[in-house]
Design a binder for this molecule. Structure first.
Ligand code: HEM
Length: 212
């Protein structure tokens, strides 16, 4: 989706110029970036975070506010440079970030985790409840399409579809959710053919004792 930015009615031209200079097609909320930088600090140290930002030459300069909106390509650049610095592959890093993000969401948004004791029950609420609330909180949030379906063996199929192609993030988030609710499921990822220029993935959660 292309977002057209109209000239400002007030004198906030600096912001307008900055937004105009982004010229990206996709955007992400600052909370995603600030949590990413925090994870890099925790796991690899402050110096690595600084070096990664310096290498990345970001339009935002690497200063994010949680409600601000930034070019999606900045996270791609940051992950790519972190991969160069740590020698860990990008896929592993983005999955780790997904895991970290859910543990942070548990602290920042505890109400979504209350009165639920099962990973499938939690994941069933993401699309129609949690992300709907997120949209109210963070104006203009661009969220993936998630649909879920219970399976006969008491597991769950979760289909992920997004133009931002953050399937690795989704994988980490699902794996972390499973851990939080007692590690009762195994998550199997199957990448599907892309549709409408979106990444499509089917995640199957299977009860652990049912695995051979
Ligand atoms: C308390 C739980 C959750 C909260 C508060 C939350 C919140 C958010 C927020 C704030 C964003 C950024 C939106 C933007 O930048 O415009 C986001 C994006 C995303 N969320 Fe959630 N989320 C939650 C749970 C989950 C779970 C369990 C999944 C697992 C499938 C998930 C999958 C994603 C993905 C993959 C994105 C990146 C955007 C994309 O792929 O299109 N979220 N979420």
């Amino acid at each position: 989706m292309v977002i057209y930015i109209l000239p400002p009615k007030n004198e906030d031209y600096k912001l307008y110029e900055y937004l105009d200079s982004m010229k990206g097609e996709f955007f992400l909320k600052g909370i995603v970036f600030s949590e990413f930088l925090e994870m890099v600090d925790d796991k690899f140290g402050f110096e690595t975070t600084e070096e990664m930002i310096a290498l990345s030459d970001l339009p935002s300069g690497g200063a994010y506010t949680s409600v601000g909106t930034y070019d999606h390509s900045e996270i791609v650049t940051l992950v790519s440079n972190l991969s160069k610095l740590t020698k860990l592959d990008e896929k592993t890093l983005i999955i780790s970030f997904g895991k970290h993000l859910v543990t942070r969401f548990q602290i920042l948004f505890p109400k979504y985790f209350e009165n639920i004791d099962d990973a499938c029950a939690f994941l069933e609420q993401v699309n129609d409840y949690i992300h709907v609330e997120v949209q109210k909180l963070y104006e203009g949030a661009e969220l993936p399409q998630i649909s879920t379906q219970r399976t006969l063996d008491k597991g769950l199929i979760l289909n992920y579809k997004s133009a931002r192609g953050m399937g690795g993030l989704a994988q980490g988030m699902i794996e972390s959710t499973i851990e939080i609710f007692g590690a009762k499921y195994e998550c199997i990822r199957e990448d599907l053919k892309s549709e409408d220029e979106c990444q499509c993935i089917m995640f199957t959660l299977k009860k652990k004792h049912q695995l051979n």
